[in-house]
Design a protein around this ligand. Structure first.
Ligand code: HEC
Length: 195
């Protein structure tokens, strides 16, 4: 290192001595002070950003998000959709969000913004009662094939054109409000949105 300000002048020896150790009266080099104060400022900013800003994503959350993206991809690649896979999808935030987007663009007009149904039009989808089938695969089939009642097509037209992935996602979205084992079939006349 080239000569710097602090050692241009001859260092002055301080008068005291502790255990035979003496000390020069010399200020610390600026580069050293810079790293000291720099790290103090950095630690304060780090602490404020990661623990108090609400903006930073902590490692656990970031990992959970990554794993959920990975799981969503794995589930979407499953060829034979069954009840178990659809339940798993319904607990995956990515898949449920995709399904919600499909719901918002295509189903909301007849089934309502809160899935509570629209009187005289679409059935209620947020309670445990299902008219046309109470298993995940039955719900999937009702969306994909549409619903025929008394030999006549109902307002629930087939959605097959959406493709398996989107139908599975919207099924997962509907199931995300449900608990496995709690779903039940009710008679069509008992469906609350039709009374
Ligand atoms: C044009 C209105 C309309 C649209 C749009 C619509 N549905 Fe329906 N849906 C209905 C009607 C009407 C029924 C009840 C059929 C009947 O009369 O038995 C129904 C029934 C259902 C059922 C069966 C409910 C049960 O209790 O068994 C599911 C599940 C369902 N719809 C999901 C969806 C999804 C998901 C979408 C969007 C992709 C959608 N629907 C779009 C009108 C609609």
């Amino acid at each position: 290192m080239a000569s710097s300000d602090y050692n241009d002048e001859k260092p002055v020896l301080m008068p005291h001595s502790y255990d035979g150790i003496q000390e020069f009266d010399q200020s610390l080099p600026n580069w050293w002070l810079f790293t000291l104060f720099g790290s103090i400022i950095f630690s304060a900013l780090y602490w404020a950003y990661y623990f108090h800003s609400g903006v930073a994503v902590d490692d656990h959350t970031a990992l959970d998000e990554d794993l959920s993206v990975l799981e969503a991809k794995q589930l979407a690649a499953v060829k034979d959709l069954n009840d178990e896979t659809l339940w798993k999808m319904s607990r995956n935030v990515q898949t449920v969000a995709e399904g919600q987007a499909v719901y918002t663009s295509l189903c909301i007009t007849c089934h309502g913004p809160t899935l509570a149904g629209v009187k005289g039009i679409g059935f209620r989808l947020n309670d445990a009662n299902w008219v046309h089938g109470d298993t995940p695969t039955a719900i999937y089939r009702n969306i994909s094939d549409g619903i025929v009642f008394d030999g006549k097509p109902t307002g629930m037209a087939p959605q097959k054109a959406l493709g398996t992935a989107k139908i599975a996602a919207v099924t997962a979205f509907l199931l995300s409000t449900q608990e496995p084992g709690k779903l039940a079939v009710i008679p069509r006349s008992e469906e609350p949105s039709q009374k």
